[in-house]
Design a protein around this ligand. Structure first.
Ligand code: ADP
Ligand code: ASP
Ligand code: MG
Length: 439
C-alpha cells in the first residue's frame, strides 16, 4: 500500500484535479489518496468562523457567499455528466446550507472546528465523483471514522492503526481509497483538526498505521529546497534528507511539511517522497533513514517567536533552578524551542504566547524577566559531527553584519539555531544562501 497526499493547490482547479486523477492511475499499486481542501477554502472558512465568533454576521455571510460562488463555478467545469454534476451540486449546497445556518446560533470552538472540517469533506467528495465519472474504481474512507487525537492533542497511534484497518476491512478491497487530510476527532469524539497544513500529518500517520511502503507528498514545488523559496532567490531542491534533517526543517518553518509530520513516518520506517504535481517527473526529495549527507543541507526560518530572559544571580547556579523554570512552561502547556544559559541568566524562546502573561508573572518569582517579541529562529540543518570543524565559522562569517540574539548548537547533530529580530530574517537567509551553498 502507498499513501499519496495532494495539497490545496494540487486540487485547486478542475484541471489540477484531473491531473491528480491521472497521477494516481499511472500505476496499479494500491493506494490511499489523502486530499487537502481546495486552495483558499480553509482560509475562507477560518475567516467565516472568526467573523461569527466576533458576532459580525453580515461580514461572515458575505465571505461565505463568495466562497459558494467559487464552488459553483468549480463544479460547472469539473464534470461532463449532468447526473454527476447534480449530485455534486446538491452535496455542496447542503454543506453551504449547514455553514450558513451556523450564523443563527451561538458559535463556540466546537462549531468553529465543524466549519473548518468542511473544506476537506467537499474536496474529497468532489474528487471521488470525478473518478466515478471517469470509471475509475475508488472508495471514500471517512477520516472522522479513524483519525483521532488524545487529551494532549497528540495523535492516538494505537486507535488510528486499529480503526483504519477496521475501516479498510469494512469498505472492502479497492485499488484506490480517498480520504480527508487535516480533520480528526478529539479524545471525546468531537470534530477537530491537526492544525494548519495538517494533511501532511494525516498522510504520515496513515503511512505508519497501514505500514505503507511509501508516502508521497505532492505539492506545488519540486521538493524540499535548501532555503525558503518565498524569501530567497536561487534556491534548489535537495535530493535526499534523513528523517532527522527533515524533522528539524519542518519544525523550524519549511512550510512544505507540517511541523510534526516526519515522526510517524520515521517511527514506521516509511520513506517520504516530496513530489511536484506541476512537474510529476521531476525527481523531488526522498526522506528516509539514510543519513549520508555530510555537509550543511538547508536553512529554514520560523517567525512569531518570543524570547524570554530570566536573570537571577542568586539562584541560577543552584541545582533545581532550571527545573522550576521549566515547570512554569509545563504548567501552561507551552513548549520551549530554544534555550541558552549563562552564569547569571537563562534565555529561552516560545512560539505560543497564549499564556504569556501568566508565564511572566510566575517567572518573576525567580528574578528579573525581559521579553523580546517579533523574533525569528533561523535553523541551519546539516551533519555537524563533533569531530568536524569549520561549520560555525562558515555560518557566523556569513552573518557577520546581522545582530544575533541567541545561538543554540549541539542539541542535535543536525541543527544550529540562531535567533534574530524578524526584520533581519530576509537579509540573514539571503546571506546564508550565498555563504553556505555552492550556487
Ligand atoms: P500544500 O498546499 O501542497 O500543502 P504548502 O503551501 O503547504 O503546499 O507547501 C508548499 C510551499 O512551501 C511551497 O510552495 C513553498 O513556497 C513553501 N516552502 C517554504 N519553505 C520551503 C522549502 N524549504 N522547500 C520547499 N518549499 C518550501
Ligand atoms: N486545508 C488545511 C490547511 O489549509 C490542511 C492542509 O491543507 O494541509 O491548512
Ligand atoms: Mg501544506
Amino acid at each position: 500500500m502507498k499513501v499519496l497526499k495532494f495539497g490545496g493547490t494540487s486540487v485547486g482547479s478542475p484541471d489540477r484535479m484531473r491531473e491528480v486523477a491521472e497521477i494516481i492511475t499511472r500505476d496499479e499499486d494500491q493506494k490511499i489518496v489523502v486530499l487537502s481542501a481546495i486552495s483558499g477554502t480553509t482560509n475562507a472558512l477560518e475567516n467565516y468562523a472568526r467573523d461569527l465568533l466576533k458576532g459580525d454576521k453580515d461580514e461572515a455571510q458575505a465571505g461565505l457567499k463568495k466562497l459558494q460562488e467559487d464552488y459553483r463555478e468549480f463544479l460547472d467545469t469539473l464534470y461532463k455528466e449532468q447526473e454527476i454534476l447534480e449530485k455534486a451540486q446538491q452535496y455542496i449546497d447542503e454543506r453551504f446550507d449547514f455553514l450558513s445556518a451556523l450564523s443563527n446560533q451561538v458559535v463556540t470552538e466546537t462549531e468553529e472546528k465543524l466549519v473548518l472540517a468542511q473544506g476537506e469533506l467537499m474536496s474529497t467528495h468532489l474528487f471521488s465523483w470525478l473518478l466515478e465519472e471517469d470509471g475509475i474504481s475508488a472508495k471514500l474512507l471517512p477520516a472522522l471514522n479513524y483519525m483521532r487525537i488524545d487529551k494532549m492533542y497528540e495523535p492516538d497511534d494505537y486507535y488510528i492503526a486499529s480503526m483504519v484497518q477496521k475501516e479498510l476491512a469494512l469498505t472492502g478491497d479497492y485499488p484506490i481509497y480517498i480520504t480527508q487530510g487535516y480533520i480528526c476527532r478529539d479524545a471525546f469524539g468531537k470534530v477537530d483538526n491537526l492544525k494548519r497544513g495538517g494533511s501532511d500529518y494525516t498522510a504520515t500517520l496513515l503511512g505508519q498505521a497501514v505500514k505503507a511502503e511509501e508516502i508521497q507528498i505532492w505539492t506545488d514545488i519540486d521538493g524540499m529546497h535548501n532555503n525558503d523559496p518565498r524569501v530567497v532567490d536561487n534556491t534548489y531542491p535537495i535530493k535526499k534528507l534523513s528523517y532527522g534533517e527533515a524533522a528539524e526543517l519542518a519544525y523550524f518553518g519549511a512550510k512544505i511539511l507540517h511541523p510534526s509530520c516526519v515522526l510517524p513516518a520515521q517511527k514506521g520506517g516509511v520513506p517520504i517522497m516530496l513530489k511536484n504535481t506541476m512537474d510529476p517527473d521531476a525527481r523531488g526529495t526522498i526522506i528516509s533513514s539514510n543519513d549520508s549527507n555530510t555537509d550543511i543541507t538547508a536553512v529554514a526560518a520560523k517567525d512569531g517567536i518570543t524570547a524570554i530572559k530570566i536573570k537571577s544571580g542568586r539562584m541560577l547556579m543552584a541545582y533545581g533552578f532550571l527545573k522550576k523554570v521549566f515547570e512554569v512552561f509545563e504548567h501552561y502547556e507551552t513548549p520551549i524551542d530554544m534555550i541558552t544559559t549563562s552564569e547569571v541568566a537563562v534565555s529561552l524562546t516560545i512560539d505560543d504566547c497564549s499564556h504569556l502573561d501568566n508565564i511572566l508573572h510566575d517567572l518573576r518569582e525567580f528574578g528579573e524577566v525581559e521579553v523580546d517579541e517579533d523574533q525569528t529562529i533561523i535553523c541551519i540543518v546539516g551533519h555537524f559531527g563533533s569531530d568536524q570543524s569549520g561549520y560555525a565559522t562558515r555560518i557566523f562569517s556569513s552573518l557577520a553584519n546581522i545582530p544575533v540574539r541567541m545561538i543554540s548548537y549541539g542539541g542535535s547533530r543536525f541543527n544550529v539555531s540562531i535567533l534574530v529580530k524578524s526584520p533581519y530574517k530576509k537579509e540573514a537567509l539571503q546571506l546564508l544562501n550565498q555563504g553556505l551553498f555552492d550556487l
